[in-house]
Design a protein. Sequence first.
Length: 433
Amino acid sequence: MAQAVKTKTSSRGKVSPARSEDQFAAVRTLFENRRAGYSLDAPFYTDPEVFAADMKGIFGQHWLFAASLAEIPEPGDYVTIDYGPYSLIILRTDEGVNALHNVCRHRGARVLTEPAGTTGNLVCGYHSWTYDTEGSLIHASSPGETNFDKACFSLKRAHSRVVAGLVFVCLAAEPPADFDEVSKIFEPYVAPHEIANAKVAFQQELIEEGNWKLVMENNRECYHCDGHPELACSLFPTWGLTEELVPPHLEDAWQRNVTAETALQERCNRYGLPYEVVEELDTRIAGIRISREPLDGAGESFSATGRRLSKKLLGDLRDFRLGRCSMHLQPNCWFHLLSDHVITFAAFPINEHQTLVRTTWLVADDAVEGVDYDLESLTYTWKQTNVQDKNFVEMCQQGAASPAYEPGPYMKSEYQVEAFINWYTQRMQEHLG
């Protein structure tokens, strides 16, 4: 399977059952032969059949980050999002949030075609089939129709959950149950930032020419962080290392980090904020890593000096010097929550070699651009970092496509990458049986 398997079709254009089973077996064999401690074989990043399996086994089964309530602040506000072949409408209602498949029940047209907006009823632009905010079909008039039961043709729904202002969806008929446990882990960390009462300052979308797993792998380690000079101003260069792994030239930075961490923990105890590392990336179905960690310099935000980037504190936070709360959730998101702003990151697979990475900067609802924050300064560090990461991901995708590629070993500092791949392999083997 170094290259995509060509599909054999019958005279009616349908996939041959025998050929389909061969493809399934070939994908399953890839997982069975996966070498622990090493990067994945090339087809995991390049083969459309593996991508199709990922869409069913990962994105079709697990809880996924979709958006924040700050992106849909009022009833009627919506965003449309795509996970590979799946398209969803995330719609704010008077009661909460609905996740509806963006597929008209008439002939399958996209119901809403804009990435975001405000609507009352949902009207398909093809034949004007009209749905209410719960997805029920309320209008489908056509001459001569007498026995048409509209109740049978509601929009299909996905499961949705809102936790501390973050919206998650699950496309499976029966969602994994342990998300309830995981949400109880991260909610106390995230809730004080009051994302539901924040507003969007800026949103960046980058299409990276790389498989979604490469995007997530790149995010799970800082071995490459020498390539992020802007981020290095506020992120300790020893992040991800343990004391025995710190090289001699970083010993001063390690001690500076230890001192800052002690001071941060004292402030967190004073304000009743959790800070402990919770790391269960590959030991549960909804893998998570979360902690509150100090920042270098002034320790307030992602700036060249570590100083705050917005004058307004989020929520009921009472101190700017609270470092960053960093959270990773399998399979498609990561977050940085600071006293003055929050950054959400989400990976939306497009195909086997392209991924949309959406980054959203949130500030306090009463923060005024040009008065309380400068937009360019607020977004500068992660705009630059995202472009640099895009280049790294694309370098890896190009390498994986080469006949000379073979999996290489993960270093000790890349243990979170290994944990992500372990999680992915376990979930896919469960799916493939």
